[in-house]
Design a protein around this ligand. Structure first.
Ligand SMILES: NC(=O)C1=CN([C@@H]2O[C@H](COP(=O)(O)OP(=O)(O)OC[C@H]3O[C@@H](n4cnc5c(N)ncnc54)[C@H](OP(=O)(O)O)[C@@H]3O)[C@@H](O)[C@H]2O)C=CC1
Ligand SMILES: O=C(O)[C@@H]1CCC=N1
Length: 282
């Protein structure tokens, strides 16, 4: 591999804070890294490895963590978090596996990549956990699903959960549900952003000033999500409460149904699930 990042002195874990190495400092790598720091891990206990040297330096400056070569980051770390694109994972593991040691836990955030595939590429005695997070973790409203590999025990699952818990909710699922979870919560924020964007544009088309349309759309989505969350009421009932007979909402919902909104979501999530399965093939 080409020279990836500055290489610092060997790692020594501060007492009570085993080192977590984050391999891949892109969108999700930075989200995890920042979340660990926000949840109280000292910067000395978190290292990052990022291929792009400018971005590596930027992460060092903005978060106060050290950026190291991937093998140096892995050596001395208790937990290794894989946050590169699925297509880059094989090359990364070929590089870092010789630096891994029994007792470490590898937590992979890569969409589609199964624990059995990962276990074949790490040394014996290294436990593997698969996690699917999402970007609302940047504002501590993340949703992460966690599944253990064949050699992962309770302590390894608990470590993976603790990585994500500071940034939102965490649930354990059987690994057979990971691709579906990726389609729903992993990619899900993008669907909601698209809906917000579409509502804003529609409001602007009706003559609302853009800032007003944006405020109305964002607060409406936030309020509606909070209502489902806090009341525990089925969303269909909440929708009925908004829909006055012969009123405005009924008129709008009829148009959304005519345009096949439900069918679009069924097909969209199936496409995301299928793509997750394809990514497993590299
Ligand atoms: N973004 C999201 O919402 C979510 C992403 N994920 C998963 O997280 C992973 C990362 O996604 P995302 O953050 O969006 O992708 P990014 O492309 O933003 O980040 C990946 C980073 O890793 C770097 N990289 C690649 N190879 C190496 C290497 N060998 N050593 C060090 N750094 C390397 C890349 O550099 P370069 O670009 O130069 O190759 C890039 O900066 C993916 O597997 C994805 O499936 C999971 C859930 C949600
Ligand atoms: O789009 C992707 O492949 C990644 C995984 C889930 C969200 N982003």
């Amino acid at each position: 591999m080409t020279d990836p990042a500055p290489s610092g002195p060997p790692l020594t874990s501060p007492p009570d804070h085993p080192v977590t190495a984050v391999l891949g400092g892109g969108v999700m790598g930075e989200t995890v890294l920042a979340g660990l720091l926000r949840s109280g891990r000292p910067p000395e206990a978190v290292v990052v490895s990022e291929k792009d040297p400018d971005r590596a330096r930027d992460l060092e400056e903005r978060h106060g963590v050290r950026a190291l070569r991937a093998t140096d980051a892995v050596r001395g770390a208790a937990t290794v978090v894989l946050v590169v694109k699925p297509q880059d994972l094989e090359a990364l593991l070929v590089e870092v596996a010789p630096a891994m040691a029994p007792g470490q836990v590898v937590v992979s955030l890569a969409a589609g990549v199964g624990t059995a595939w990962l276990e074949q590429r790490v040394p014996e005695g290294v436990a593997v956990v698969r996690v699917m997070p999402n970007t609302p973790a940047t504002v501590d409203q993340g949703m992460a699903v966690v599944s253990g590999g064949a050699s992962a025990g309770e302590a390894h699952l608990a470590e993976a959960e603790s990585l994500m818990r500071g940034t939102g909710r965490v649930v354990r699922v059987p690994e057979s549900q990971q691709d579906a979870a990726t389609a729903l919560s992993g990619s899900g924020p993008a669907y909601v952003f698209l809906v917000v964007e579409a509502m804003v544009e529609a409001g602007v088309r009706l003559g609302l000033p853009r800032p007003t349309a944006t405020e109305l759309a964002v607060q409406t989505v936030l309020g509606a999500a909070t209502m489902v969350h806090e009341t525990g009421t089925h969303p269909a009932l909440l929708r009925e409460q908004v829909t006055s007979p012969g009123g405005t909402t009924a008129a709008a919902l009829a148009v959304l149904e005519q345009h096949g909104l439900r069918a679009a979501f069924l097909d969209a999530l199936a496409a995301a699930r299928d793509r997750s399965r394809e990514l497993a093939g590299g």
